[in-house]
Ligand binder design. Sequence first.
Ligand SMILES: [Zn+2]
Length: 124
Amino acid sequence: MNADRLPVSPIMAGIKCRCPRCGKGRLFVNGLGMRETCESCGLDYKFVDTGDGPAVFAIFILGFLCVGGVLIAEFKFGVPWWVHVLLLGVVTPFMAYFLLRFLKATLIALQFKNKAEEGRLSKE
Ligand SMILES: [Zn+2]
């Protein structure tokens, strides 16, 4: 390992949405689309296979926060209907977008760090 390529924390790579190897190159293009390679170190992103993992985590986390927030807003504070529309219609999609970016980048960094891949019978 080169001295200029220190290990990158998966959480920091996830927060910054950066390359899991160098921590400098951007991971996404146009929101949630993956780049082919790292623009900084040239890491090929073909190994990336997060599947539905980020979406499942985002659904559970965001669903819990949104349903809990709506119930608290309605029954504890008695907010008018337009506050619910604002929370569910505007704030929730933004939270989903940024949560998905963070979770996808974090899972990619964890996959890279742990060398996780499909099981194989041989090393070919
Ligand atoms: Zn890189």
